[in-house]
Structures are given as C-alpha cells and as structure tokens.
Design a binder for this molecule. Structure first.
Ligand code: BES
Ligand code: ZN
Ligand code: ZN
Length: 502
C-alpha cells in the first residue's frame, strides 16, 4: 500500500473514500467530522439525529457525497467510548474501516490525524497507518483466484496544520515500516511447512538482508557440530531438511557500542518428534517459527528506520520430525556451553534449539538479549490471546520491554522465575532435563533457558498464546498475528535513544 502525507483540508481530498471518526455519543461539532459535516450540508449530523450513527466501536456508516465534495464517499467510523480510547482502539477501528472500504471498492483512502482525538500527531498517524495495513492484510499466496481481488492501494494522511506535518510524516513512516514488518512476519508464519523449510526461511532472511543492507550469515550442520550445538542438532536429526542457524547483523551505532541480541525460535514444523502431538490442531505447528520471523521482521524494520544501535538477530531453524534417525525420549545431549540435557520429551524442542542459540548469542557478546518463541501451550492457559508472557533475569530490561509493548498496543505480562521452580528440572542422568511437568509449564521452560543465557541481561517472550487467531477482530485476522514484532521495534528504538545503564 502506498502511504502519503498531504497538506490541506480533508474535505478537499479526491480519494475514493475519506474517513472521519466519532466517539460514542456521536458529537459531530468538533474535529475532522465537523469540517466534513459542514461541507456535506449537515448530512452526518442528520444521520446522528436519525439514530443511524451512534459512534459505537466497530460501527461504520458509508455516506455518499453526491458531488458536494471531491471524494465520492465518507466513512463515518465509530471509536467507542472516549474514556476507553487509546492508540490501540484507533488501530482496531481503522482495521475495521480498511476491510469495509476494501469491500466498497475504494482504491484510495484519505484521513487526517485529527487533533481532537487527543493523541500526539506522530503517535496518531502511526496508529492510523498500522490499523489500516494490519486490518487490510490477507494471506492469499496459495489462492489461485481470491474471492475479492479489490484492494486499497493508497492511503493519504491529510494535515491542515503546517506545524504538525513533520510529526505526521514521521509517524506515518514508522507506522508503515512497523506494520509491513508485521505483515512480513505473518506471511512467514502462515506459509505452509512444505514451502517454508529451514532453507527457505534462510533464503527469505537473505533477501531481507540484501534489501536492507544487513550482514547475513548462516551456520550449516557441520559448523554447528564444530561449535558443539548438540541440543539444536538433536532436534534436527529426525528431519530430512538440513537445519540452519540464521544470523543477521545491523550496525547502526559505533562498533564498540553494545549489540542488542534478538533470538527467535525457528521450528518450521513441530510434529512433536517421537513424543508426537495429537493430530488435532497439529497443522498450526507450521507457525512454530513465528518467533524467528518476528526477530527477522524487527531487525528489518530497525534498519529501515535507521535506528542508532547495533542489533544481531539469531534464528535456529529446523523441523521437529519423528524420522527414523530422530532423537528418542531419554536421550542425553550436550549444549554448546557444556551443560548436558536429558531429553525427556522431544516435543519440548523449542527450549533445546534456543539453548544453543542463547549460548551462541553469549559467544558473540550480545547484550541485552531478548528471545521470542511459541514455546509453551501453558502460556495460553495462563494468558490466552490477550497478552504474551515475559520472564527475565533483569527487571530493568523487562521494564523497557513493557513500555515498548505498551506503546505498540501489545500486552505483556511478567511471570516469576523463583529459585524454587528450578528443582523441577533436576535430572537423574544429566545436568538438567528439558521438561518440568505440567505445573508452571511456561516458567520451567524459561528457567531452562536461563541456564544457557546465564548472567547476560535477558527477557524471554512466550508468544505461543497470542500468535494464532481464529477470528477476524480489529487488527487480527485468522492465522498468525505477528504479535511481538512492534514491541521489538519499539524496544530497539528505545535502546537506541537511551541504552540500558550498566
Ligand atoms: N510449539 C509448542 C508450543 C505451542 C503450543 C505453540 C501451542 C503454539 C501453540 C512447543 O514446542 C511444545 O510442544 N511445548 C510443549 C511442552 C511440553 C512437552 C513440556 C507443550 O506446551 O505442550
Ligand atoms: Zn513441541
Ligand atoms: Zn514447538
């Protein structure tokens, strides 16, 4: 979608549709809606009087302008209660508008970052652009003929106040970069596992690197053998597909400055291995590389935004398959840092591949490190689709992640890593085992990871609950949501502005 910023009045736009917003109660006397209502000789306030427009959230009413203004249609979009309004409410409302206007065949759309919404101009513009792009997203790669080919091709933010134009432009650019990174990650996670193999994920990462001028490196099986990554290679040994450890580097700051490490779980299909999963819902495990896609998407966006920091993204990519050479429950493997692991359950494979990836991040000297993974079913029992879980060994870093998520309209909730949980991972035969039982399943998974990141400041994000959606709702569609990408981008921007102390 082409995104532009124009100076002038919204009512003078010749886009195929213009959007104006009303809060619950439908006051049409201020802001962009008032200006457009006047130009339409009161058509919108008339709809309010007649009870057709109330300003409820998800309400969308199309008004034909009959030549009174250049644009043929106005969409009056309800925002819900003003007390509950924030950037996320705006994103969700615009996502509804995007789908409505696509169905109406509006190829070009205009809106203004209306000051009467009470948001800063850059944040407002960013939320508008993100809402439209994320709500408009569809995954059509494998459809011969989509049912509806129509698309919004152009979005213009119209700004009358010259003093706000620069901020609106900046917000619109950030919004476009962040939303397109998110849809890139959605595309990757939605891609079936017969297309998106570990090699193909590496190839897509290479393309991103080439487009954005990132350094690209991939470690092959033999490189990983030399490094002693048995935990990762143990998971990969049941698959016909060669494993890849994908590394992308972005240098936006001095070489001696710290480098943020982003590590993402890249299981392109999780059958469970020999501890095979039940077949119901197993197809969703094509998205078990969502964390990996999220970190590649985030580094891509940080490069596009020319963030002044160094970032390295690491994605251990493999299938988890029950082939004849697959790892067996009870096998013992040695991770790169020398710790031995008893693999009690081959379906707890994410933590095994991340163990070596986190050791590798340490070897590269990355700090702080954030990992993103669809790690445990238990996190969706705890938090559902509303929030992703965070676990950390550094509360100051977590606080920055929390703020980054809040600014993105994403929700994160911290779970504790109390010492007492550690004994659940005690093994009779090795230094640690890979599962700690049903209780506190997300926490024991994180306690396991902590053994490999050691004292490097680290936050683990478990996105297993929030990645997949099964209904169309606001910015979410059926399939992968790309949740986490915009939090990571905001975190990168925040660390660029103000590095962690110490
Ligand atoms: N990829 C799964 C976690 C998952 C579950 C992601 C549901 C998305 C939706 C992970 O590899 C897994 O299988 N975890 C097991 C761990 C258990 C064996 C300790 C789980 O959560 O059941
Ligand atoms: Zn698994
Ligand atoms: Zn998995």
């Amino acid at each position: 979608m082409q995104i532009g910023v124009q100076t002038g009045e919204l009512k003078d736009s010749s886009a195929k549709a213009i959007i104006v917003t009303v809060f619950d109660g439908a006051n049409t006397s201020t802001g962009a809606v008032a200006e457009v209502d006047r130009a339409l000789d009161g058509a919108i306030s008339r709809l309010v009087e007649e009870g057709d427009v109330a300003g409820k959230s998800k309400e969308a009413t199309l008004v034909h302008t009959l030549g009174r203004i250049p644009s043929p249609r106005v969409l009056v979009l309800g925002l819900g209660k003003s007390e509950a309004f924030d950037g996320q409410a705006l994103r969700n409302a615009l996502a509804v508008a995007a789908r409505y206007l696509r169905r109406a065949g509006a190829e070009s759309v205009a809106i203004s970052a209306d000051p009467s919404l009470g948001l800063a101009p850059d944040a407002c513009a960013q939320a508008i652009v993100e809402g439209i792009i994320l709500g408009h997203y569809r995954y059509l790669v494998h459809k011969k003929e989509p049912e509806d080919k129509r698309e919004i091709r152009e979005l213009t933010l119209v700004e009358a106040d010259a003093s706000r134009v620069e901020a609106v432009r900046l917000g619109a650019e950030r919004g476009q970069v962040s939303a397109e990174a998110t849809t890139w990650a959605r595309d990757m996670a939605n891609e079936p596992a017969n297309f998106l193999t570990p090699s193909e994920l590496a190839e897509r990462a290479r393309q991103v690197a080439q487009e954005q001028g990132l350094e690209y490196e991939v470690l092959e099986r033999k490189d990983m053998e030399e490094l002693g990554m048995e935990a990762f290679l143990g998971v990969a040994q049941g698959s016909q597909q060669p494993p890849k450890l994908i590394v992308l580097r972005y240098r936006g700051a001095a070489p001696e400055a710290k480098t943020l490490g982003l590590v993402g779980k890249g299981i392109t299909f999780d059958s469970g291995g020999i501890s095979i999963k039940p077949s119901q819902g197993m197809h969703e495990m094509k998205a078990d590389m969502a964390g990996g896609a999220d970190v590649i998407a985030a580094i891509r966006a940080l490069a596009q935004l020319k963030a002044k920091l160094n970032v390295t993204a690491i994605v251990p990519a493999t299938e988890n398959m029950p082939g004849g050479s697959a790892q067996r429950p009870g096998d013992v493997v040695r991770a790169m840092n020398g710790k031995t692991i008893e693999v009690v359950n081959t379906d707890a494979e994410g933590r095994l591949i991340l163990a070596d990836a986190l050791c590798y991040a340490r070897m590269l000297g990355l700090s702080p490190v954030v990992d993103v993974a669809t790690l445990t079913g238990a996190i969706s029992v705890a938090l559902g689709k509303v929030a992703f879980g965070a676990m950390t060994n550094d509360d100051a870093l977590f606080e920055r992640v929390r703020q980054a998520a809040e600014a993105a309209g994403e929700k994160v909730w911290q779970l504790p890593l109390f010492e007492e949980y550690k004994e659940k991972l005690d093994s009779e035969v090795a230094d640690i085992k890979n599962v700690g039982g049903r209780e506190a399943g997300s926490i024991t998974a994180a306690i396991f990871l902590k053994e490999f990141i050691e004292d490097t400041p680290w936050v683990h994000l478990d996105v297993a609950g929030v990645d997949q959606h099964d209904e169309v709702k606001g910015i979410f569609l059926k399939g992968s949501s790309g949740t986490g990408v915009r939090t990571l981008i905001n975190l990168g921007l925040s660390l660029a502005e103000r590095p962690l102390s110490g």
